[in-house]
Design a protein around this ligand. Structure first.
Ligand SMILES: [Zn+2]
Length: 91
């Protein structure tokens, strides 16, 4: 299984299995984010969708969701506040 240096959890970890988003964004995620962090986002994503009442038929909702995802996964640099919860594989 291929591995990458994840920019979020700073581990060398397995890459995301499969395609997340089409195009550049999906490539960026596969190149920077590990499978564990992606799984974490998938849990957080459900909460964001429920909290903000996002509608997938609405392109603006998708934009908002991507923005939350980029922030959650630190794609645009370190977060302004610490990420919630301990890392998935704490010793
Ligand atoms: Zn990671």
């Amino acid at each position: 299984m291929p591995k990458i240096d994840c920019i979020r959890c700073h581990r060398t970890a397995p890459t995301i299995d499969g395609v997340t988003y089409p195009g550049k964004l999906g490539e960026e995620l596969s190149a920077k984010i590990c499978a564990d962090c992606w799984a974490e986002w998938q849990h957080a994503e459900v909460m964001v969708i429920n909290e903000l009442r996002l509608n997938f038929m609405d392109p603006r909702s998708q934009e908002i969701l991507v923005q939350h995802m980029r922030e959650f996964l630190c794609l645009d640099g370190p977060p302004s506040r610490p990420p919630p919860g301990p890392p998935p594989e704490a010793p």
